[in-house]
Every structure is written in C-alpha cells, then in structure tokens.
Design a protein around this ligand. Sequence first.
Ligand code: BES
Ligand code: ZN
Length: 417
Amino acid sequence: MPNLSPAPATTLSPSPSSTVAPSPTPTAAPADATSLISGDAEYRHVLALADDIGSRTAGSEAEAAAADYIAGQLASYGYDATLEPFEMNLYVEPESTLEVLSPEPVSLEPRALHLSAAGDVTGELAAAGLGRPQDFPPEGMTHRVALLERGELNFSDKVANAAAAGAVAVIVYNNEEGAFRGDLDQQSAIPAVGISQADGQRLLGLLAEGPVTVLLSVQGGGPQTDTSRNVVARPPDGHCEEVVGAHYDSVEAGPGANDNASGVGVLLETARVLAASGDDEGVCFVAFGAEEVGLFGSRSFVDGLNADERAALRGMVNVDMVGVGDQWQLFGSEELVAEVDAEAASLGLDPVPAEAPTGLSSDYRSFMDADIPAVLIHRVDDPRYHSSEDRAQFVKPQALQEAAELTLLTLRLLGQP
Ligand code: BES
Ligand code: ZN
C-alpha cells in the first residue's frame, strides 16, 4: 500500500530551494500496513481466546471475558472500542428420558421434538403405524403412549392425530438408522420425542410379547432470552465505510481455536497494523457475539444501521476459520469474490473458486441479506470443526498472516485508501 502520510517535519532536512523534492527518509514514515502484519501476534490472540478462556458459548461468562479481551486489545491500539449488547432468542432443548417399566426395565435415549410440550407421563405403549387417523385402534388411545414410525406425515400431524385419539404422549421412531431430532410446527399438546430405529424395533419386539408400560419425561428447555454483545471499534467520526468482522463465540464442545479465535486474531492484527500505518480511516472492526447460535451478533449490527449508514457501507470482510487447512476459499458477493480472487495472486495466493458451503453459514450472510457486498475469507478443510479438538496447536501462524494480507487486500478493493 502506498504510504500517503507525510513524514514528520522534524526528521526532514530543510527543503532545498530547488524544485526537486527531497526523497523521504525511509525510516521517518509510518510503514506500509501489510509489512507490519505479524502471524505470531495473531497466534497469541488465538492462545488467549482458546487456551486461556476456552469454550465461549453465546451468553456465557467466557464469551463476556473474550469480549473484554478484544475490547482491551483494540483500546491498546488507540481505538475507541465499545461493547454493544443485544438480546437473542434461543430455543433450549429440554431434558428427556424414556424408561420401560414393564415387562422389564430398559432405558432408552429419546430426544424431545422441537417445541414438544413438557411433562412426565406413565402409560401403556400402543403402536399406531405412521400415525394417520386410520392407524389408531378403534377403541382409541386413552391413557396410552403412542409409538409411531417416522415418515409420510409431518411430526405435528402425527402428534395432533395421536392427541385427538386420546394419547398422553408420542414416541416417534426413526425410519432410517440412527437417532434424530424432529421439529414440530408449533407447541404440541402432549410430550413428543424421537428415538432411533433400533430402539423403535426393540419396543415393537416387546409389544409383540405383551403389554409394555413406559415412563416418558420431557422437562425444562424451551424458548429463552439471553444477552450477548458485539465489540465495535469505529473511526472517530463513527461512520463505517468498510467492516472487518469475525465472530468470537464458539460452540460448547471445544475451545474454538480455528472457529473462530483465528478470525479474531486476524481482525485484531488488521486493526493494529492499520492504526500503526495511519490507514484506518473509514474502517470499522466488529467482533460478533452469538454467531454459532444463529448469527445474532451480525444481524443485530446490521439491523442497527440506519439508511445513511447502510448506504455509506461499501462492504464487509468476514474472517472465519482461517488457521487450519491448506487452501484459501472465498464465498460471498460474486463481484467482490472475483476481484479478491484475481488480486490474490499479487500476494502469491491462489484461492479456489467455491460455491457457498451447503448448510453452513457465517456473519457475511447478515450483510449480504441487507444488500451489502460481503466476502468470507475461509480456509479448507478443518477435520476438527466444532469438536473438543479445535485447539490452538493446530492453528498455523503463517495461515493467519496470509488471512490478514487477504483482509487488507479486500479493504483496498473496497476503496479503502
Ligand atoms: N465457521 C462456521 C461456518 C463455516 C464452516 C463456514 C465451514 C465455512 C466453512 C460457523 O461458525 C458455523 O458453524 N456457523 C453455523 C451458523 C448457524 C448456526 C447460523 C453453521 O453454519 O451451522
Ligand atoms: Zn465460525
């Protein structure tokens, strides 16, 4: 990047009277931002977030501690960093248990259907096929627990039909191998759970021998409201022309070193080098909370922009999972992705063209949904994604270094001076 800032006057020799300008003293001027990037500094942020703080689930104390760490770092580079809280509506899965009481005690592993009613129910089990109205016995299901096969009807219809027949609870067994968690369209009148195909076969086997009594319990969980926060560093005039964004929360399973302490390390280092080189004009840095539970932080940030702010925002760079794997991949707005892709060669990098990963999402989506150009910088593939093994030891400082270079490149392509 060209250095546009004048060198401090005190370090220059007096101007000669000739029209030829003196060549600037190289050491006197702030350095080019890219040359200041340190992959090791980025890695230290990964250690601080993943090793020292650990798993940072949305709304947790650890997430709040991570926000404080990030705000502290941004402040140390001279930014005015603020914590911007937001509410999130979460659905917490209830605890559920299923015990066969007779003819012999058996414990099964049910999962409550999403939006199941809570309750403890004891009753005689009765199989009723797929749960269509004609599948229920003519004498009805009063005081009975319906055992239904998954398939053909949606879960809400199965449960409503069973309740209409008088059933006190519903157990749906899978129509393929393994367990599952089904969704109801709305809160059911009676508790409803899913079990694996094998557990379903087991219950059917017991029923073939005679009456079976079960105790089904669905407790706790349900809709909950919690608070998280974004950490935002804005330029002195408060307006963002570009946003660098990375989520700092993690899943519960592990310390989220690659997903996404790596992206936060890159965000912090980008903020540091732009401040040091004086090239931070118009750039906002936003560390998002609560990404893993539904992109709440980025949605809240985008929702908080007024029409003028939205119009002034030229684009967003999302850094997510950038420390593991061997290959750069870019997703997002077609034009911007193509530009970054083409220019990456100047850094000696060659990202592979990519379709948006099916079923996977990150904060750039919130910006694209608001028609703000956005690109996700990402590295493939992480075999420890969302696991307890997503640890700092697998994150490569060199990859973090390159991610910061790609981030600065993208900011320049978005028009940042
Ligand atoms: N970093 C991941 C998304 C990701 C994974 C992007 C692999 C590209 C390649 C992100 O943190 C994540 O897991 N997001 C959730 C978000 C959802 C709950 C809205 C996802 O995609 O399941
Ligand atoms: Zn992520």
